[in-house]
Write a protein that binds this ligand. Structure first.
Ligand code: GSH
Length: 205
C-alpha cells in the first residue's frame, strides 16, 4: 500500500495523522509528489486522481483512492486500534456529518481563501477570484465560531470520542495559521481543544 503525498501540506497531514493514530505509519510506503513543480497535474498522476491533488492511496491491487475522508475510512477499517469513523450507526452518521462541516467549513474554506485571495502556490494558480477567496475566509471564521460552540458542550468535534473530525479540524486550523487567518480570540473552547489535540503524539509527529 502506498500513499502519494507532499509531507507538510494540510490534506496529506490528515492522512498521516490518521495513520499515526492507528500506529500504522510504517505499514505504508510514501511517494513524494512534487506539487510545487506541478507533478500532480501530469497525465500519470491525474490517471490516479482526476482532481490533481494529494494525497492518493494506492492499494496493492492497483486501486487508487483519493479524498482524505475516503482514505481515512480505508485506514480505519484496515488497521486495529482507535475508531476514527465511529462504531455504532449513530456514531458513524454523526462523524460523517461533522466531518463534512469541518472539511467544507474550515479546511476547504481556508484552502479557497489561500488559493484565491493570496499568492497561494504562485505560478500554479492559473485562475484566481479574490472576492470568492475573501468570502470563504468569512465562511472559515463562521465555522470556527460554530466549532467553538460545539466544543463548549462536548470534548471532541463529533461528540464524546476522538474521531477523524478532530483531525480535519486540527489540520484546518493549522492551515488557517499558515494562510494568516486569525482564529477569533474569543473562541476559547476551540483554543482549549486545540491545545489538548496538540498533545496527542499523532499531531506532534
Ligand atoms: N478534498 C481533497 C483535497 C486535496 C487537496 O486539495 N490537496 C492539496 C494539498 S493540501 C493539493 O493537492 N493541491 C494541489 C493544487 O492546488 O494544485 C482531499 O480530501 O484529499
Amino acid at each position: 500500500m502506498r500513499i502519494y503525498d507532499f509531507e507538510g501540506f494540510p490534506n496529506p497531514a490528515r492522512v498521516r495523522i490518521a495513520l499515526a493514530e492507528k500506529g500504522a505509519t510504517s505499514k505504508v510506503e510514501f511517494v513524494h509528489v512534487d506539487v510545487m513543480k506541478g507533478e500532480h497535474r501530469s497525465p500519470d498522476f491525474t490517471a490516479k486522481n482526476p482532481s490533481a491533488s494529494v494525497p492518493v492511496l494506492e492499494l496493492d491491487d492497483g486501486t487508487t483512492i483519493s479524498e482524505c475522508t475516503a482514505i481515512t475510512e480505508y485506514i480505519d477499517h484496515t488497521f486495529e486500534g482507535i475508531a476514527l469513523t465511529g462504531r455504532s450507526a449513530k456514531e458513524r452518521a454523526v462523524v460523517h456529518m461533522m466531518q463534512r462541516r469541518a472539511e467544507q467549513g474550515v479546511m476547504d474554506a481556508v484552502g479557497t481563501y489561500f488559493h484565491h485571495a493570496t499568492p497561494g502556490l504562485g505560478a500554479l494558480e492559473t485562475y484566481q477570484n479574490k472576492e470568492w477567496g475573501e468570502k470563504q475566509k468569512e465562511r472559515a471564521l463562521a465555522s470556527m465560531r460554530y466549532f467553538d460552540d460545539v466544543l463548549a458542550k462536548q470534548p471532541y468535534a463529533a461528540g464524546a470520542n476522538f474521531s477523524m473530525v478532530d483531525i480535519t479540524l486540527f489540520a484546518g486550523l493549522n492551515f488557517a495559521d499558515f494562510a494568516k487567518i486569525e482564529i477569533p480570540v474569543d473562541c476559547t473552547h476551540l483554543a482549549a481543544w486545540r491545545a489538548r489535540m496538540a498533545e496527542r503524539p499523532s499531531m506532534k509527529s
